[in-house]
Design a protein around this ligand. Structure first.
Ligand SMILES: Nc1ncnc2c1ncn2[C@@H]1O[C@H](COP(=O)(O)OP(=O)(O)OP(=O)(O)O)[C@@H](O)[C@H]1O
Ligand SMILES: [Mg+2]
Length: 302
């Protein structure tokens, strides 16, 4: 039975029904890892941050092991602007010289990461902030130059994930801590490298054997040309959305990282609207899927 959540305020039996509806999901996710990518734009409004922290606290209390990876593009752009440092993007990636990398690391690791940790801990959670450089969690290599019309453009300290070392995550989980990860990797000579948060989260979800990979963003999900929400996409259909240009800008790394998570063994990836209060709980614990799910073309066992 699908429940109209808008009517719950009015009707106590329906409230109970919602809790009962959650039962099979709780049973299924108990003890499993779920990697959650929190988009910079889904972090701006205070009430939504609180809802998100409540969702994480609730998931932890029912035995789910959430692992959070956050972005922070808008926050980085703001500080660079204040410091008078120019922001330049090539194909959606920030060209990162040493001075920009200092700012990226300061904002992501010192500010945004600690804000996410505090908002979870304020609600009784037990979050610990990390960057990919801690415990060599994310080993990065330099990203290929971006191919532009007439030349290759070097992106500086932009990284791709070379390897994930999951031991640190397991150690934190075994003591009941929720890892909150800033997408900065340890590159050559242990130098910091700036990694797209979606890409880092997708690689982590595969390496950690996550049951699900959920991306919270600022749109209802993947939209078609008429701006209608696509509720389910196969791998082939998702590839086609990138090829034919329906997915552009920030949606491209998002779909790509879902595809690489599926290929790395994650059963399902979801792109959902972080502006919807309690989007995470609605997606994980109710029959009412929101957003877009991206599923394998050939699920195992078929
Ligand atoms: N087909 C599409 N469907 C939905 N959104 C799309 C599509 N094509 C492009 N987009 C854009 O992708 C954006 C989402 O990516 P964006 O990188 O801006 O956010 P984020 O990844 O959640 O945040 P951050 O990068 O700060 O972590 C949407 O706001 C929208 O403008
Ligand atoms: Mg993005």
């Amino acid at each position: 039975m699908t429940i109209d959540l808008a009517s719950i305020e009015m009707d106590p039996p329906l409230r109970a029904q919602v809790l009962v509806e959650a039962l099979p999901y709780i049973r299924n996710f108990r003890g499993k890892r779920i990697v959650i990518k929190l988009g910079g734009s889904a972090m701006i409004q205070e009430s939504l941050k609180k809802n998100f922290a409540e969702d994480i606290a609730l998931l932890t209390f029912i035995g789910v092991k959430p692992i959070i990876v956050h972005g922070g593009g808008p926050q980085i752009g703001e500080l660079l602007k204040k410091l008078g440092i120019e922001s330049r993007f090539v194909k959606g990636l920030r060209v990162t010289d040493e001075e920009t990398m200092d700012v990226v690391e300061m904002v992501l690791v010192a500010k945004v990461n600690k804000d996410v940790v505090s908002m979870i801990n304020n609600l009784g959670g037990n979050a610990v902030g990390l960057s990919g450089r801690d415990g060599r969690l994310i080993k990065a290599k330099k990203a290929q130059p971006a191919r532009l019309a007439d030349k290759d453009e070097d992106l500086g300290l932009v990284g791709e994930v070379e390897r994930i070392n999951p031991e640190l995550i397991a150690a934190l989980e075994s003591h009941g801590f929720v890892p909150v990860i800033a997408p900065v990797g340890a590159g050559p000579q242990e130098k910091p490298y700036n990694i797209n948060a979606d890409t880092a989260a997708g690689a982590l979800s595969a390496a950690l054997g996550a049951e699900k990979f959920v991306l919270l963003t600022d749109v209802p999900g993947v939209l078609d040309l008429e701006k209608n929400l696509i509720s389910s996409l196969s791998e082939d259909e998702a590839e086609e959305f990138i090829r034919n240009g329906v997915a552009s800008g920030g949606m491209i790394p998002k779909i790509r990282c879902c595809l690489s998570a599926l290929r790395g063994g994650v059963p399902k990836a979801h792109i959902i609207d972080g502006r919807v209060p309690h989007a995470l709980l609605l997606e994980l614990l109710t029959d009412q899927g929101i957003g877009t799910e991206i599923v394998r073309d050939n699920p195992p066992g078929m």
